[in-house]
Ligand binder design. Structure first.
Ligand SMILES: *Cc1c(COP(=O)(O)O)cnc(C)c1O
Length: 336
């Protein structure tokens, strides 16, 4: 794997820290839990989309684009980081926000990521739930092109092979950090949605011959569908990386037991996981992605899925900006 073959526009603060969580590990009484701090990528409050956007923005600039077009849910962290990337490079940003979550109160469409989108001059429009949002985004790009703009369309979550290169880069960064300190990683766990993060990690590890299992905790799709989505994108990404041989499907594992009532809908496990990490380690997760991802790790540990002495890396994919759109969840929390 040789990532310098691909154009890249530096947006983030890398490498992100790899930290051992001693108080949380002791509390759960199972494996050693480590955290890859991709909530600290540094772009307008950070998160996993920054790594993908380094490759996507470079591709956009190589094609002469003057406008980034993308889509996401109303509280999309991806749209917020895309708006920031556009601002940094002097491009315009247009986004479509899907009203996928409609029952979370008055602040949901104005606070959190939406507020930050506005501040960074992202032009956005809402769409009702259930449309083919990538098709809607392409249609918006066509409209802008007809008006004389040079749009570059980024699919939801930045999840295509170019974007997934960002997580192949993360796999490489993580393995180097671990090797430098003699840390044997037994498993990687993280939240999975549009699939690019897991696909990039799996493809990068495959291309490096680093046999570390990766488990995605789905925040939306049922298990089989999520595995199929991740595998399809991982295989394309491995091919783009020049890896030898077709990427085996059994390298992709996902669980769907944290989705609860649906995307962006709170669950008790998510609230418990978020409070555990906030109170034992001073680390903030988010209710839509990393909170459910971490709840998945806690559930796996409690079910005996990992042994004492193993070292598990949770990739913190960010998202805490969305907390301020979910104030009602935590406003009435009592001290433990
Ligand atoms: C987008 C996102 C994810 C999921 O990553 P995918 O690449 O879409 O699977 C996880 N956590 C946060 C905070 C995100 O914004």
């Amino acid at each position: 794997m040789h990532l310098a073959r691909f154009p890249r526009y530096r947006l983030g603060h890398f490498p992100t820290p790899l930290e051992r969580l001693d108080r949380l590990s002791a509390f759960l009484g199972g494996p050693e839990i480590w955290m890859k701090r991709d909530d600290c990528t540094g772009l307008a409050s950070g998160g996993n989309k920054t790594r993908k956007l380094e490759f996507l923005l470079a591709d956009a600039l190589a094609q002469g684009a003057d406008t980034l077009v993308t889509q996401g849910a109303t509280q999309s962290n991806h749209v917020r980081q895309t708006a920031a990337a556009a601002a940094r490079a002097g491009l315009a940003c247009h986004a479509l926000l899907e009203r996928r979550v409609t029952n979370q109160g008055a602040d949901y469409e104005t606070a959190g990521n939406v507020l930050l989108d506005r501040m960074m001059d992202c032009h956005f429009d809402f769409r009702p739930e259930g449309l083919d949002m990538n098709a809607e985004g392409q249609a918006l790009a066509d409209e802008l092109r007809a008006q004389g703009r040079k749009p570059y369309f980024i699919p939801g979550g930045g999840s295509n092979p170019v974007g997934a290169l960002g997580y192949a880069a993360c796999a490489e960064e993580l393995v180097h950090q671990a090797d430098a300190q003699g840390l044997r990683i037994d498993a990687i766990v993280h939240a999975t949605g549009s699939a690019g993060t897991q696909a990039g990690l799996v493809a990068g590890l495959y291309a490096m011959n680093a046999p570390i299992p990766v488990t995605g905790i789905s925040v939306r799709a049922p298990r089989e569908r999520q595995i199929a989505n991740v595998h399809a994108l991982a295989a394309q990404t491995a091919e783009l990386l020049g890896a030898r041989g077709a990427l085996p499907r059994d390298l992709v594992d996902a669980h769907d037991d944290q989705v609860g009532p649906g995307y962006g809908q709170p669950t008790d496990g998510m609230v418990e996981a978020m409070l555990l990490l906030a109170r034992l380690e001073g680390i903030l997760l988010d209710p839509v992605y990393s909170g459910k991802g971490f709840a998945g790790l806690v559930a796996l540990i409690r079910a005996g899925g990992f042994r004492k002495g193993q070292r598990i890396v949770f990739v913190h994919t960010g998202g805490s900006a969305a907390l301020f759109a979910y104030g009602h969840l935590f406003n009435n929390q009592k001290a433990a």
